[in-house]
Design a protein around this ligand. Structure first.
Ligand code: PHE
Length: 444
């Protein structure tokens, strides 16, 4: 099949920053910490690393191989390798990107507000009341729309000029800031308790529950941006000389590193200020309440540190939201045939509107997040593993371009055929009924 002219990344570094930018986001600094807090600290961290290796990495490599090989968005890429019925899976991916983008932008809006507030006014004296006031309703809506508009503007500017340039500029800064904050947190008296909690669990038994396993696997997918074609779409702008396994290794390591270091900021900080009881009772909004509490307690230094922390969240969220939108935009360009600008504007308006319920109700937001992770990302990952393992002809040939033939690629295919689907199916048997129950509770 002839390939038409398609934009390509300007440099290998640019692709890496964009891909890491997609992976590193609210998932690393907000979702990871609150899940680790909820599920016993270190035990969860270990399980999470295991899930990255066992299911995350194989699926990531599959997405990169399919995207680059087909050089088009998920719908057409899956059609290209699997025939037209598989386009339905691609369409599911685009739907997932749309869904996640819509509520992700609401949380991103909170982070933007917190950053600017921290700089201009300082953090509110009563963070719980403040969060209750600004997390839903008119305020949340306005910041959601602002954040969405900014991200769309970058996507409208295209791959190299918009996405690559932004990511190459802000991602190195994000690394620096997060590492700097971890060093700062280590200097606080009383921080040892945080390390103990985070790095040395006394509840390793919880590893063996399906629920924690499910959270860890879901988090691996969410954090690596897998199961909905974001990595696939980014890879579709890659040259055939790129070494895909090397990219996959770097992206997963960088993603884990940032999540891990973010934990080295959050836990010592909370323990140093005696806020640990609130860690255990962690929920969706916890970080936006307990962390500002800590920042207020630290005086002017806390205000600087807090603003930097939320600024890092803004950057992470921005580069992730861009990748979510790019999936939808690239597919609209490919399928509908509109140009990039027009596709961006219309998909953006639609996603912004779809996010309105999330801006009006925390329960709606929570359910959207559960549906996205438990149905779409895990289901998408499961289907994609089966597709690559059983349907696609010689996926290892696509990986070998630019990398050489590795013997372990056989092992990769075996993982996609058996290990990944089995683990994910086992997990989904537990999560799917729970998610359905959560949806029906929302409409009661
Ligand atoms: N990986 C992003 C994060 O950790 C979220 C995301 C999910 C982005 C799926 C793209 C696709 O915040």
């Amino acid at each position: 099949m002839a390939q038409r002219a398609r934009e390509q990344w300007g440099s290998g570094f640019g692709f890496l920053m964009a891909a890491i930018g997609s992976a590193v986001g609210l998932g690393n600094m907000w979702r990871f910490s609150y899940l680790a807090a909820e599920h016993g600290g270190a035990a969860f961290v270990i399980l999470y690393v295991l899930m990255i290796f066992l299911v995350g990495f194989p699926v990531l490599l599959a997405e990169l191989a399919i995207g680059r090989g087909a050089a088009r968005g998920p719908v057409q890429a899956l059609g290209f390798y699997g025939g037209r019925w598989w386009k339905a899976l691609g369409a599911l991916f685009v739907g997932a990107g749309f869904l996640i983008a819509s509520y992700y932008s609401v949380i991103a809006g909170w982070t933007l507000r917190y950053t600017l507030e921290g700089i201009a006014l300082g953090f509110a004296a009563d963070p719980a009341a403040h969060f209750a006031e600004v997390s839903t309703g008119y305020d949340a809506l306005v910041w959601h729309l602002l954040f969405m508009a900014g991200s769309l503007w970058i996507v409208a500017n295209g791959i190299t000029f918009g996405i690559e340039r932004t990511a190459s500029l802000v991602m190195p800064l994000l690394f620096l800031v997060v590492c700097g904050l971890a060093v700062y947190a280590s200097t606080l008296p009383g921080s040892e308790g945080g390390y103990r909690y985070y790095l040395n669990s006394d509840d390793y038994a919880s590893i063996f529950s399906r629920e924690v396993l499910a959270e860890a696997a879901g988090q691996a997918f969410f954090s690596l941006s897998l199961g909905m074609g974001a990595m696939l779409t980014y890879a579709s702008y890659l040259k055939r000389t790129t070494n895909l396994p090397a990219q996959a290794v770097i992206v997963s390591l960088a993603d884990f590193a940032i999540a891990f270091v973010a934990g080295l900021v959050v836990f010592p900080l909370l323990f140093a200020l005696g806020l640990q009881e609130e860690v255990g009772a962690s929920t969706l909004g916890a970080l936006f309440i307990t962390l500002p509490k800590a920042f207020v307690g630290l005086g002017i230094g806390g205000r600087i540190v807090g603003s930097l922390f939320f600024a890092a969240l803004v950057v992470g969220a921005l580069t992730s939201l861009i990748s979510l939108l790019e999936v939808v935009v690239a597919s609209t360009v490919d399928i509908v045939g509109w140009d990039r600008r027009r596709s961006t504007i219309w998909t953006g308006i639609a996603a912004a509107l779809f996010g309105v319920p999330a801006a009006l109700s925390l329960d709606a937001l929570d359910v959207m997040d559960q549906v996205a992770t438990n149905f779409f990302l895990m289901g998408g990952g499961l289907a994609l593993a089966l597709f690559t393992g059983w349907v696609m002809r010689e996926p290892e040939v696509e990986v070998a371009a630019g990398a050489g033939r590795y013997r372990w690629l056989r092992l990769w295919i075996q993982a996609l055929r058996y290990a990944v689907p089995l683990i994910l199916a086992f997990i989904m048997i537990g999560t799917v009924p729970k998610t359905i129950a959560a949806i029906s509770a929302l409409f009661e």
